[in-house]
Design a protein around this ligand. Structure first.
Ligand code: SF4
Length: 742
């Protein structure tokens, strides 16, 4: 572009830019791209706690990168695009003249494309375009090797190190799905920078694309652990929190953390640019990355329409625009599905519905051939009464792969449950429950266990590796059973927080504390009964994984043989000759039951509210101390998690009416109601000097309140398991042994 053209570009700035984040959001759907650019649609990624937590780790990681490669920070946003672009060009020309330089947040624009490059290193005529991501990567173990430039091919046989699939006779080599988003992102930046440079008549330059990620095979030292790169979390600030991070113990100038792995992604980007960009959008099937960029640019520039019927499908289920309209933000999902929106939402609740094969299809067909069924069904139904899972027909028995068979049976159970509006059970249900849910002799102690754990890009302790997990809390409910009889009002409860302080430099101290206290809680006699063999119930495989992790870490450090032996014996697999004590209640529920209100999901947060629609089950939760009056949802579910206090109400200053659903909803996320909330609370309790979570009124949350909320949240998780256990037991027709006093 000539100077004259550039001036006209400044005068005629596009209405809306495609940024790297909107490009990636819309990579699999052009409608999603339009919604991301327009910014007038409600999105689940706005205010998502988990994303926020990840972003926090990202800024810490970026801080380490900037220490290793100090340079000028330029910055800029689409609303000052032209000025930011000009600033970058001036700085870039100066660096090229000097033959070197580092620019952070350099802005490039071309037509309606806008990129802000995390880091641009100028090395002679080569521009090293670096994207910084707090993503885990299996890099070298050797710390010197860890600092070298790593090929994106890694070891092609190792799924953890290679970004590329090996080519087969039928398929060419492709970018692995886990890396596609990152490669497409850097590819987009490369294209925009190339075009912007050409427009400025800056020729003879080579762009070398890089990805800087966290090497999970390197350990943190005194400079790059979490507590040395202190974040300040303030919900009222700009999401980038720039200027809020400090390196407490200053590393030497130019020091580069071995946690930073630098990958040369040129070859992977070439694949997307020369062969096939692997987009999941129907419109962009088989196109190269450059072709998609051109089409996306025109689509936004010309405000061209896209027929949603060509893009709708299973990808809509997890779409960030599948969320209700809020304030002045519209619902993108409703716009895409029109009159069929309700039907689609209902059918998305089918258990593993993506693999559903309509019964009229051939039994020997590949199951995934039918992913379009949902769009076809909804379109055929038109504007008639919304479809429900109950309107579907169960599949044939012999459909699909062996892996799909259990899903076929469970889907059938779900369809029956919704047709008959009552829970359904497998033929083996009563037998399984009686064999697995009681002490073998009829007398003993049943324990219900749940952990809270956390991990972070920068390790919480010196010597740990990025994303290594810390177990910091457990809750155990213990129910004494004598001769097959039990009294729920006498259930015992033990809980423990092992947070430590920012001064902790040894993770093993916390590991030992956690494992020792857990052992006590799972072996402690109650009400005159000694029992160290009866089942310990948990929900999903997480607790077993964590106990194994603790065992390995304590074994490595030595001197804890007895504890290691106990951990190993306790979590031996259920099919072992001498099984351990752990019993996964989720597996039992999923293989044998279906409740019509659980929306096809077996997460405890969905399953419990469905069971609490039955007064007897709700009474169990109330008997365990969760007595808040919770309004019944539209579909009949009662969700005890909604009864957990928000921070503001715990401080007693909001005046929120418990029956005012809108006011309640606006306070969601302020208390501890999810695992991610618990992880953030851990950060504040562990690092009170630096991490501060504030409430809706921008007041720092009191750490005592935080602790109480954490304990309550974890306690509800185990109370939920007790309620599920009780529901299973009573539904198995075993009521003759109940002595249920609340
Ligand atoms: S709901 Fe579906 S069609 Fe609409 S934007 Fe999302 S993914 Fe695309």
């Amino acid at each position: 572009m000539t100077l004259q053209n550039k001036d006209s570009l400044v005068r005629k700035m596009p209405q809306a830019f495609i940024t790297k984040s909107s490009f990636i959001q819309g990579y699999d759907c052009p409608l999603r791209l339009k919604y991301a650019v327009q910014k007038t649609f409600a999105s689940t990624s706005q205010g998502d706690n988990f994303l926020r937590l990840l972003a926090d780790g990202g800024f810490q990681f970026e801080k380490l990168v900037r220490h290793a490669w100090p340079g000028d920070t330029l910055g800029g946003f689409p609303d000052n695009a032209a000025a930011s672009h000009d600033k970058t060009m001036t700085a870039l020309r100066a660096c090229l003249k000097a033959g070197k330089g580092v620019l952070h947040e350099a802005v490039f624009i071309c037509d309606n494309l806008f990129v802000r490059v995390d880091m641009l290193r100028i090395n002679g005529n080569t521009l090293e375009l670096c994207e910084v991501k707090a993503k885990s990567y299996e890099g070298p173990y050797d710390s010197q090797e860890a600092k070298s430039l790593i090929s994106c091919k890694g070891n092609p046989d190792d799924i953890n190190t290679s970004m590329l699939n090996r080519a087969t006779k039928k398929l060419p080599s492709l970018v692995r799905p886990a890396w596609l988003e990152y490669i497409a992102d850097i590819g987009f930046q490369t294209i925009v920078v190339e075009r912007a440079l050409a427009a400025e008549n800056m020729t003879g330059l080579t762009i070398s694309p890089r990805l800087l990620v966290a090497n999970i095979n390197q350990s943190a030292c005194e400079y790059d652990w979490f507590g040395n790169v202190l974040p300040v979390i303030d919900l009222g600030l700009d999401s980038r929190f720039r200027g809020e991070l400090h390196l407490i113990n200053k590393p030497p100038m130019g020091w580069r953390s071995p946690l930073i792995a630098e990958l040369n992604v040129q070859e992977a980007i070439d694949m997307l640019r020369n062969n096939n960009a692997q987009s999941g959008a129907t419109r962009w099937q088989g196109m190269t990355l450059d072709e998609i960029v051109d089409d996306a640019s025109k689509l936004i520039q010309n405000q061209e329409g896209v027929d949603p019927a060509t893009e709708r499908g299973w990808k809509c289920r997890g779409c960030q625009y599948n969320t209700p309209a809020k304030g002045n933000k519209q619902c993108g999902f409703d716009l895409c599905w029109g009159a069929g929106a309700k039907s689609a939402q209902n059918l998305f609740q089918l258990y593993y519905g993506k693999t559903y094969t309509p019964p009229e299809h051939k039994p020997d067909s590949a199951v995934n051939e039918y992913v379009e069924w949902i769009n076809n069904m909804v379109t055929a139904n038109g504007t008639k009464k919304a479809l429900q899972v109950a309107d579907m027909e169960p599949e044939q028995d012999d459909i699909g792969s062996p892996m799909n068979k259990p899903r076929v049976h469970r889907r059938r159970r779900q369809i029956q449950a919704e047709k008959q509006n009552k829970p359904q059970f497998s033929d083996q249900f009563a037998e399984v429950v009686k064999a697995r849910l009681m002490p073998k002799s009829g007398t003993g102690i049943l324990r219900f266990m749940d952990f809270e754990t956390t991990s972070s890009c920068l390790p919480y302790v010196i010597g740990m590796k990025p994303y290594q997990v810390v177990a910091f809390q457990f809750s155990v409910h213990s129910l004494v059973v004598k001769g097959g009889r039990f009294d729920l009002s006498k259930i015992e409860h033990v809980e423990k927080l092992c947070i430590g302080s920012s001064k902790d430099t040894d993770i093993h101290v916390r590991d030992v504390e956690f494992a020792t206290e857990l052992r006590k809680a799972l072996t402690q006699p109650w009400q005159g009964v000694h029992d160290e063999t009866s089942p310990v119930f948990h929900w999903s495989s997480h607790e077993r994984t964590i106990m194994r992790m603790l065992s390995e870490r304590l074994d490595d450090v030595g001197n804890h043989d007895e504890l290691v032996e106990w951990l190993n014996a306790t979590c031996l697999a259920e099919h072992n000759d001498t099984p351990g004590r752990l019993v996964d209640l989720l597996k039992i529920a999923e293989a044998n039951t279906f409740h019509p209100l659980q929306q096809g999901q077996f997460s405890i947060k969905k399953f419990l509210p469905a069971l609490c629609s039955e007064p007897d089950t709700l009474a169990v939760i109330q008997a365990l101390g969760f007595k808040s009056k919770i309004p019944t949802d539209e579909d009949g579910c009662i969700d005890p998690y909604k009864g957990l206090p928000s921070f503001a109400s715990a401080r007693g200053n909001t005046g929120i009416d418990a029956n005012d659903e809108i006011a309640q909803e606006s306070h969601e996320g302020e208390g501890i109601r999810t695992g991610t909330d618990a992880m953030r609370a851990y950060q504040q309790l562990r690092f009170p000097e630096c991490v501060e979570w504030k409430d809706a009124n921008k007041k720092p949350i009191d750490n005592n309140v935080l602790e109480k909320n954490l304990l309550l949240y974890c306690k509800l998780d185990t109370a939920a398991m007790v309620a599920v256990w009780w529901w299973l037991w009573s539904k198995a027709g075993a009521t003759h042994v109940l002595e249920f006093k609340t």
